[in-house]
Design a protein around this ligand. Structure first.
Ligand code: AHM
Ligand code: MG
Length: 345
């Protein structure tokens, strides 16, 4: 029989490390406000589970013949990949259960999916951002945002329930399928990141209260499109490359979610400007730009369309596009100033 020892020896290092592990579930519960019902916490848990399923399929895609096109075209006229369809199905199935969500807006669906007997929350998402990279084994991710219905939420759903500016988001985040799988989210009290331990099957806390570093390291623009940019954006990128400006390296993955993540960790700015022939750029406001801008602001950064704060733009359309500049606050502000100057000269 083991006797109670009031002064036990220190646990072995491994055991102490285990005692300090924090799962996403524990963290979500610990950080939810005292008056919270727990519904949003459960909803984020559902998204984490969807992320595990998508990560699992993404990792095995080359083995299970899940690479390549599905043969379908999405609402934006882009070719869907098989994994786009899988990720969208998983997110939809996961969000439709549990009575927490009343409507789901997806990049892959022309109209919102309405959930009968759903709850107060509306989820907007890009189930697999950067999916043109899938076949090359390059990082992709799921981006999501969560709105809460106004009022008693018992009436019929209307456009105003999802055509909302990003400043109304109550949570946003992404799951990045990279060299490891990470879930990064905010519910308005900072940005927190969790790494999926594939052996244990849990997202474990990696960083809480993330902030953009003081000194940025990277800028991420697709230089091949530079002849098509507005003057102000072109001037900004030229300014970044001047010998008298602090040196940034250029990195562009072509998965906005992965470019954003790297810049969040190391400091920097991601941009997808308007182009000749693409007057609103490529990225979608509701489920790509707004969630990333929300995270950026929570981490001390900023998101802009070049003139306005992204979180203040009121969408007119579910799949509306917008130019996006997001990341380090000083760099995004500088870009806005140069865009402004170019329009008055
Ligand atoms: P997707 O949502 O269809 O994957 O498209 C969005 C992606 C972004 O992740 C990325 O920043 C951009 O497309 C890359 O586009 P381009 O190849 O024109 O630079
Ligand atoms: Mg996308």
């Amino acid at each position: 029989m083991a006797l109670f020892d009031p002064d036990p020896p220190a646990p072995p290092v491994g055991a102490r490390a285990v005692a300090e592990l924090v799962t996403i579930e524990t963290f979500l519960l610990a950080r939810q406000p005292a008056e919270a019902t727990g519904v949003l916490t459960s909803l984020l848990d559902d998204i984490a589970l969807a992320g595990k399923l998508i990560a699992n399929r993404t990792r095995r895609a080359g083995l299970t013949e899940m690479l390549g096109a599905s043969g379908e075209i999405n609402p934006q006229g882009e070719e869907q990949k098989q994994l786009d369809v899988y990720a969208d199905d998983v997110m939809t199935a996961m969000l439709a259960r549990g009575g927490r969500v009343c409507a789901i807006v997806s990049e892959e669906r022309p109209e919102p999916t309405i959930i009968a007997d759903g709850g107060r929350y509306v989820v907007v998402h890009d189930p697999l951002d950067g999916s043109s990279n899938i076949d090359s084994n390059v990082s992709v991710g799921t981006i999501f945002g969560v709105f809460e219905r106004d009022g008693d939420a018992s009436g019929d759903l209307q456009d105003r329930d999802w055509l909302r500016p990003g400043r109304d988001l109550v949570a946003a985040g992404y799951i990045l399928y990279g060299t490891s799988t990470m879930m990064v989210y905010s519910t308005g009290d900072g940005v927190h990141a969790f790494t999926l331990d594939p052996e244990v099957g849990e997202f474990l806390l990696t960083w809480d209260d993330m902030r953009f570093p003081e000194t940025p390291a990277y800028y991420s623009f697709n230089h091949a499109s530079s002849p098509l940019w507005d003057l102000g954006v072109g001037s900004f990128v030229q300014w970044l490359n001047r010998p008298d400006t602090p040196r940034l390296s250029q990195r562009y993955i072509g998965s906005a979610v992965a470019d954003f993540h790297r810049n969040l960790l190391h400091g920097g700015i991601f941009g997808y400007p308007a182009e000749t022939g693409l007057p609103a750029g490529k990225l979608r406001l509701l489920y790509e730009a707004a969630p990333l801008a929300y995270l950026a602001e929570q981490a001390g950064g900023l998101g802009s369309d070049g003139r306005r704060r992204l979180l203040d733009i009121e969408p007119d359309d579910l799949h509306q596009r917008t130019p996006v500049f997001v990341g380090d606050r000083a760099l995004v502000t500088r870009l806005q100033e140069m865009v402004e100057q170019s329009s008055v000269t």
